[in-house]
Design a binder for this molecule. Structure first.
Ligand SMILES: [Zn+2]
Ligand SMILES: [Zn+2]
Length: 347
């Protein structure tokens, strides 16, 4: 099974480019002239449809050709990759052979070109060790090609060097699963790939939305006990990520702190946000305070007040290097590949 064959003039024919009428006409023509050839070994070709109706080419006689027959998934996913790449103005072909500078050969399932850029798409339906995936990826890198992997098996390495998604089939539709629990039709993933919206970690520019949350507690000082409102946190939503900052956390970034809290609505029931010394922690940090006695209200109370909190202000922010750093610190060591929308990236 192949999505492509070669005609008598050496031109590639893709089964998915042909209308049902053109497909039927090609069957008639090939029956008479026998001019179509397999791309792998130049054997004669028969035109077929899979049990799901996908048109494709097969060897007329299975001779010595060692090229493994393709699965339905290969036929369908190659078609999707070629079509989406073309929509983005790339020139895309299937089963393109090449070699690295060291002379190691490869055959890309799909190779797309635009000016000097080359992007390969590998559809991996059989299981493959992570070591083998990374070895093949390195071979593409040395050849100046960025390669995306569409893998059936989960458990591949989460690294910037390996843009990848797990593909699952559901009733004839192929879905891509990427990090952050994103799942979408594979067309949507490929649209993001060729639209440069599939990114690793936190992009260094873009637009996010910040939400300030406020809740209420009773002052812990026995002689005060007044009800006071405090900031319980700031949520920053950037693409697929939501990161929550406490007041002390955001206080570590004075510019970001000022940017956010200039948007905090005035409220007489609210204590002041400022640096206070904590005896428990034996250090000074940005904190909530009691509206009457100005006692420090530490992070523990912020967490407690989250049961009753609500968003009091939402506004857009630009992802600056400071924001990128703050979000990455909050996320810890969890960078992954994810899809961003055009507006996330300010496109
Ligand atoms: Zn062959
Ligand atoms: Zn108080």
């Amino acid at each position: 099974m192949s999505v492509r064959c070669v005609d008598e003039t050496g031109v590639d024919l893709y089964a998915f480019d042909l209308s049902p009428e053109a497909w039927q006409a090609l069957i008639e023509q090939n029956r008479k002239c026998r001019s179509l050839r397999m791309p792998c070994c130049s054997a004669e070709v028969n035109l077929r449809r899979s049990h799901r109706g996908t048109p494709h080419f097969v060897h007329k006689v299975v001779g010595d050709c060692t090229t493994a027959p393709e699965t339905e998934a290969h036929l369908r996913l190659k078609r999707i990759a070629v079509e989406v790449a073309r929509q983005h103005g790339w020139d895309a072909k299937t089963e393109v052979a090449g070699a690295s500078p060291a002379g190691e050969t490869w055959i890309a399932d799909v190779l797309a070109r635009k000016n000097n850029a080359r992007v390969a798409i590998e559809i991996q339906w059989s299981s493959q060790t992570s070591g083998e995936t990374m070895r093949r990826q390195e071979r593409y890198r040395q050849s100046g090609i960025r390669c995306l992997w569409l893998l059936k098996q989960p458990g591949f390495p989460m690294t910037e060097a390996l843009p990848a998604a797990q593909i699952v089939e559901d009733d004839g539709t192929y879905f891509a699963r990427v990090a952050c629990s994103q799942e979408m039709p594979v067309e949507v993933l490929l649209d993001a790939i060729f639209g440069r919206r599939f990114r690793f970690g936190i992009p260094s520019q873009g637009r996010a939305v910040a939400h300030i949350r406020v809740g209420e507690i009773e002052c812990w000082k026995r002689q005060c006990r007044v009800k006071t409102k405090i900031v319980t946190g700031v949520d920053v939503v950037f693409g697929p990520h939501t990161n929550s900052f406490s007041v002390p956390q955001l206080g570590e970034y004075p510019a970001l702190f000022d940017e956010v809290f200039s948007r905090l609505p005035q409220d007489s029931k609210m204590g002041r946000l400022k640096k206070r010394f904590s005896k428990t922690q034996e250090r000074q940090y940005m904190s909530n305070g009691c509206r009457r006695c100005d006692s420090i209200i530490g992070e523990y109370f912020e967490i407690e007040a989250r049961h009753s909190d609500e968003i009091v202000s939402s506004f857009p922010i630009q992802i600056t290097p400071d924001w990128k750093q703050a979000i990455e610190e909050e996320m810890g060591d969890q960078s992954e590949w994810a899809i961003y929308s055009p507006s996330d990236l300010g496109m």
